[in-house]
Ligand binder design. Structure first.
Ligand code: JHZ
Length: 409
């Protein structure tokens, strides 16, 4: 069910040094349907390594994408207002800066439920979504976003080009890290991009992950954890140039990469490279104390929750996020501590968190049941969720935010 890599996912080097092991954990988005479950949920080892050659941080194991993104995959992007706002701003800037109009084509890889492309379609700009997950793809089509239900790589890119389709803009948000054939994916982008076109790619930034100890964003869907230093040679190998880098707070800290076939490298790229060299992110030393910091957050969180429970408090959790599965399972937080998880995504409600099998319910239950504490699994949307739960908080409910260190708010 999974393979172990023998060389770096980007450069092929065998100089891979271990950084962190999160043990055997279930698939982060493998929410359990109580009506069909039988036997315990499958678990897979989760080990992170650093490439001494090109500095790419990556997983040792690859679980097949067919297993990860099948009909049970119920991550829908449109359930966060903050993500929708972030995406709309990105689209509006691209429409203006690229002069996009009715004859343009915007292709989005991992277009999910159409959360991003709808911004272009509303302005009658040509759009094409690509997403293999049936549920989200169907939702996109329901709002008029044509969606190809296939995995993206050189093969699909060649098919599209043979049909005469080439993109003015390729958008690929939170998908580069998900691809086992990294080179094939980047090559595919080069194939479908017009010579003057631009690919706009968002990836979580490995520096934020390490600095803020966001260990729960490590899971089998995320095969790579990118720095600018590791990305420049990756694009370069496929005739693409990383021309600009911007930083955004979304998903705990992400980079937006502007990539083109034409080389036009701006200062932002050089300044990230210099900064990463200066702080030694390009060497394994940067990652040396990461595992011990993770263990200490886990121990701290577990003792906080156990302490609350011993004092007679009830505890729920907010956000049936992929990262929630990892936090709960790798820390050992089960039904003995957390009674239920709430999530706005109706496709997640009624299911169980993988491994720990905690039931998922509607957020309205917080005000109804008034648990004393809520563990915030979707900590990346802290401001949005705290604002939305003002009534629960007004009635005395408190949130436990797990990272960068367990805090009660
Ligand atoms: P969220 C996702 O991971 C999916 P996840 C994916 N693996 C990826 O790469 C990363 O993002 C970057 C819910 N919610 O988005 C919605 C509310 O209920 O942080 C989600 O189920 N109410 C492709 O799953 C969950 O919380 C709200 O008000 O870790 C958040 O999951 C809000 C804002 C969210 O990512």
């Amino acid at each position: 069910m999974y393979e172990v890599i023998s060389g770096c996912r980007s450069c092929g080097s065998t100089a891979l040094e271990p950084i962190l092991s999160l043990g055997q954990v279930p698939l982060a988005d493998g929410l359990v349907d109580p009506s069909t479950m039988n036997g315990p949920d499958s678990r897979y080892p989760l080990d992170v390594v650093f490439c001494g050659e090109c500095s790419l941080v990556q997983l040792l194991q690859t679980v097949s994408p067919d297993v990860l993104f099948d009909e049970t995959y119920v991550y829908f992007s449109s359930f966060s207002d903050e993500l929708l706002r972030h995406s709309r701003e990105n689209a509006e800037r691209l429409i203006a800066s690229r002069g996009l109009g009715q004859t343009s084509l915007v292709v989005e890889i991992a277009s999910n439920d159409g959360y991003m492309l709808r911004n272009f379609a509303e302005r009658r700009i040509g759009v094409l979504g690509i997403d293999p997950a049936p549920g989200p793809a169907q939702a996109a089509e329901a709002i008029g976003i044509p969606t190809i239900r296939r995995f993206f790589g050189t093969e699909l890119a060649k098919d599209l080009r043979a049909e005469g389709k080439r993109a003015d803009v390729v958008i690929a948000n939170n998908v580069l890290a998900h691809v086992p054939d990294l080179g094939g994916f980047v090559e595919g982008i080069r194939i479908i991009l017009k010579d003057e076109g631009m690919a706009v790619i968002e990836v979580p930034y490995v520096k934020d992950l390490i600095d803020r100890c966001e260990f729960d964003t490590i899971y089998h869907e995320h095969l790579c954890y990118f720095s600018v230093s590791a990305l420049v040679p990756l694009f370069g190998r496929h005739g693409l140039s990383l021309n600009r880098v911007e930083h955004y707070p979304i998903h705990g800290g992400s980079l937006r990469l502007y990539v083109g076939a034409r080389e036009n490298v701006e200062d932002s790229v050089r300044s990230y490279q210099e900064d990463e060299r200066r702080c030694e992110l390009t060497g394994s030393r940067y990652y040396r104390d990461f595992a011990s910091r993770v263990r200490s957050i886990q121990a701290d969180l577990l003792s906080t929750l156990r302490g609350l429970k011993e004092e007679g408090h009830s505890i729920a959790a907010y956000g049936a996020a992929a990262k929630g599965t990892i936090l709960l399972n790798s820390t050992g937080i089960g039904r003995d501590l957390v009674d239920f998880v709430v999530d706005r995504n109706v496709h997640k409600q009624g299911r169980l968190m993988p491994g720990v099998r905690i039931p998922i319910d509607d957020p309205a239950r917080l005000v109804r049941d008034l648990p004393d504490f809520v563990l915030l699994l979707a900590w990346n949307f802290k401001d949005e969720i705290l604002a939305q739960q003002s009534e629960y908080r007004r009635r005395g409910g408190r949130f436990v935010v797990p990272v960068p260190e367990p805090t009660v708010v």
